[in-house]
Ligand binder design. Structure first.
Ligand SMILES: *Cc1c(COP(=O)(O)O)cnc(C)c1O
Length: 347
């Protein structure tokens, strides 16, 4: 076994979904976002576990992501597509029973022409300027769209991970103005919006990163553990260097372990400064640069070097690593390497 093992705890994932669900009161339905191959963890396994936990509404980015999710879920649960109804999507929308979130008048016309009577939702832009209809476009389409019975009207918050950001209240106000008096179910909140409180919950929430154990859901349980096999251990003398560019020099006799994983597996080169691998709870600092398939760590202080060391886990989670890499947990989740062996616990 020479590739890393990514262990995905589906029970922890389900508990995180339930914890987010418990934050909204009463009849609010908590959906589950499984785009990006279930944030890198495997859309089919993740969707199956969440359906077992009680999720009935799933969200993906593009229709191409729908096949694996529909196959895993069977016919019942609703699968909504953020990118809406693009040219070439109609067959998959129909066959896989996907619900496109219509983003423009053009998409609405395409939907009615290509898949008449097929369920759809509406996506509105309340200020993020990324997806969805702006107020004027929505005003022009509104009557026609409502006659076709949309399943859901949604919008997305740009700054929900900053609770005090004035953009949140601004978008909330816009969303209310654009949807006032309609009897269609509404959705505004992703993980950050759920944490902003009940004003933001409406009828359906769209839990994403928090279920997978990431910020801004600080109370989330850790879901993934990444163990990397030790290929080789060597002694280096004072003055010897390790890795490309001689970027680390031993000042005292040291023991260096070479582990199987590198930037081709999503390990950002910026992790080299500050990240550790762990033998149980004992941290071992990375030494030298991260290369394509290998990293090197100092294990001088370990009485015995284990067969593998842990890079991601409760000891050092995705958000800690993301910080070192100048990025966010989302990017690390979705960069988890294709070479890792994925193993699933629970559900
Ligand atoms: C990705 C995404 C979500 C989920 O966001 P999280 O921050 O991961 O909870 C919800 N809605 C839309 C439109 C998205 O693009």
């Amino acid at each position: 076994m020479s590739t890393g093992t990514l262990t995905i705890d589906l029970d922890a994932l389900a508990r995180n979904w339930r914890a987010l669900d418990a934050l909204s009161a009463g009849p609010v339905e908590t959906g589950a976002v499984v785009k990006g191959n279930g944030y890198g963890m495997g859309a089919a396994q993740v969707a199956t576990a969440l359906a077992r936990a009680g999720a009935r509404k799933f969200f993906i980015a593009t229709v191409e992501e729908g096949a694996a999710v529909r196959q895993a879920l069977g016919d019942g649960p609703e699968i909504c597509v953020f990118s809406g109804h693009m040219a070439g999507d109609s067959t998959m929308i129909y066959d896989l029973k996907l619900v496109p979130m219509i983003n423009s008048i053009d998409q609405m016309l395409r939907h009615v022409e290509m898949t008449p009577g097929h369920p759809f939702g509406i996506q509105l832009d309340t200020g993020m300027n990324r997806l969805g209809m702006e107020a004027a476009e929505w005003a022009a389409l509104r009557e026609i769209a409502l006659q076709q019975n949309p399943r859901l009207i949604m919008s997305h918050l740009a700054c929900a991970d900053e609770p005090d950001h004035p953009m949140n209240a601004h978008q909330l106000k816009n969303f209310k103005e654009m949807t006032e008096g309609l009897s269609v179910p509404r959705s505004l909140a992703a993980t950050g919006g759920i944490l902003l409180g009940p004003d933001y919950h409406f009828d359906v929430t769209r839990a994403g990163v928090g279920m997978y154990g990431g910020l801004p859901f600080a109370a989330a349980e850790n879901v993934i553990t990444l163990d990397l096999p030790v290929i080789q251990v060597r002694e280096v003398e004072p003055g010897e260097t390790v890795g490309y560019g001689n970027s680390w020099t031993a000042e005292a006799p040291a023991k260096i372990a070479t582990l199987s994983a590198g930037y081709a597996d999503g390990l950002h080169r910026a992790f080299a400064k500050g990240a550790h691998v762990f033998a149980g709870e004992t941290p071992c600092p990375l030494r030298g640069r991260i290369s394509m398939d290998l990293i090197t760590a100092e294990v001088t202080h370990l009485p015995k070097v284990p067969e593998s060391l842990t890079l991601m886990g409760p000891q050092q989670n995705t958000d800690v690593l993301a910080d070192l890499g100048g990025t966010i947990g989302y990017e690390l989740f979705t960069s988890l390497g294709a070479r890792y062996k994925r193993q699933y616990l629970g559900a």
